[in-house]
Design a protein around this ligand. Structure first.
Ligand SMILES: [Zn+2]
Ligand SMILES: [Zn+2]
Length: 364
């Protein structure tokens, strides 16, 4: 066991505590990654609020990038010194979902409480989301990581681990957008801006962003939205129909966790359209829709986890598009913080005006 620093959740709805923890060396199929950057995702905040339950104490954080500093046996060609992004997708590679090409819904359970982490006094510590990246190091499966160019800044690369693949993947993999189709994206935050970018990459004709403030709608346009609609309108879907030339969208991508967005989403759809649920409401929150309308108009409502990505397939092409200037990543970062400032970074993220806040580790 080694001792490292981590931001630990000891009680829901309390600030994270910076403390020493212990981390085990990598076992078979695992690697140790020393982190340079970890971004703060709304899922981390939802977990820390207790809304999804889970074991405490826990280390959250799942949007990370760093360098491999140790490997176990059989790690698929990864080597010490490789620069990588670390995702939460701990896919087994052989269950029916993995074998069917959907590793984001892997069926093999992972016991994260009995994973590589222990508290300083040797007690159990949850490696939340199979990652535990609010820490100087992680020990994860080699199936969770993807090599990145050594020259790629790690703060930028870390965004590929969750927000970018979830948003772009929802447009490309889940909605399977074709050139010329019309899209509505509800929410222009960290994931929504990437859903907008994904729709643009897929060749969407019109991309309508829906959010609460004019400021966020303006940012959405920088990422490819062609129109903006204020969610505070009494019937915002009517404004979207107008933007779409009088018809509904081929796809509506719901990137927020607020239930009204789920209730309203089918209203934005045209005939044959699909609503893709990407955001993550609190456990127990319910939504309703009118089945007869969906049946009569041939519409669908479908969930998408982590953009239905296959990280080994999708992250390399996203890196190429970034390097070609076709995928915006630098522009997604609104703040850089140290590990000691993580609670401030979380508070800033909660305000909703931040895009992505990234914690940088001092490896001096
Ligand atoms: Zn996330
Ligand atoms: Zn699996």
């Amino acid at each position: 066991m080694q001792t490292i620093k981590a931001a630990v959740c000891r009680a829901f709805n309390e600030p994270l505590v910076i403390e020493d923890i212990q981390i085990a060396p990598p076992g078979a199929g695992e690697v140790e990654v020393t982190l340079d950057a970890v971004a703060i995702c709304h899922s981390d905040i939802t977990y820390a609020s207790g809304a999804w339950g889970g074991y405490l104490p826990a280390v959250y954080g799942h949007e990370a990038a760093g360098v491999i500093t140790a490997t176990g046996d059989s790690v698929g060609g990864f080597e010490v010194g490789d620069a990588v992004v670390v995702t939460l997708i701990r896919a087994c590679g052989s269950c029916p979902s993995c074998a069917g090409g959907q590793p984001t819904i892997c069926e093999t359970p992972y016991d994260s409480v009995n994973g590589p982490l222990r508290t300083a006094d040797g007690g159990p510590l949850d490696q939340a989301m199979a990652c535990g990246a609010f820490a100087e190091k992680v020990v994860v499966s080699h199936r969770q990581i993807v090599k990145i160019p050594e020259t790629m800044p790690k703060d930028v690369a870390s965004l590929l681990s969750c927000g970018v693949i979830t948003g772009v993947g929802a447009a490309v993999n889940a909605a399977k957008l074709r050139p010329g189709q019309d899209v509505v994206v509800i929410g222009a935050g960290g994931v929504g801006l990437n859903a907008i970018q994904g729709a643009r990459l897929a060749g969407a004709r019109r991309i309508v962003a829906v959010d609460m403030t004019e400021e966020k709608l303006e940012i959405a346009k920088e990422f490819g939205a062609t129109h903006g609609v204020l969610a505070s309108l009494e019937q915002p879907w009517k404004a979207a129909f107008k933007a779409l030339g009088g018809r509904g969208a081929d796809a509506v991508l719901i990137t927020v966790g607020a239930i009204p967005a789920y209730d309203q989403a089918p209203r934005y759809l045209g005939r044959g359209g699909k609503a893709i649920m990407i955001g993550m409401p609190h456990s127990g929150d319910m939504s309703s829709y009118e089945p007869v309308v969906l049946a009569a108009l041939g519409q669908g409502v479908v969930g998408s986890k982590m953009g239905d990505v296959v990280i080994q397939r999708d992250i390399p092409w996203m890196i190429d598009l970034y390097e070609q200037g076709r995928l915006k990543l630098d522009e997604l970062i609104s703040g850089r913080w140290s590990l000691d400032q993580i609670n401030e970074a979380i508070e800033d993220t909660k305000t909703g005006s931040a895009k992505r806040n990234v914690v940088l580790f001092d490896r001096g």
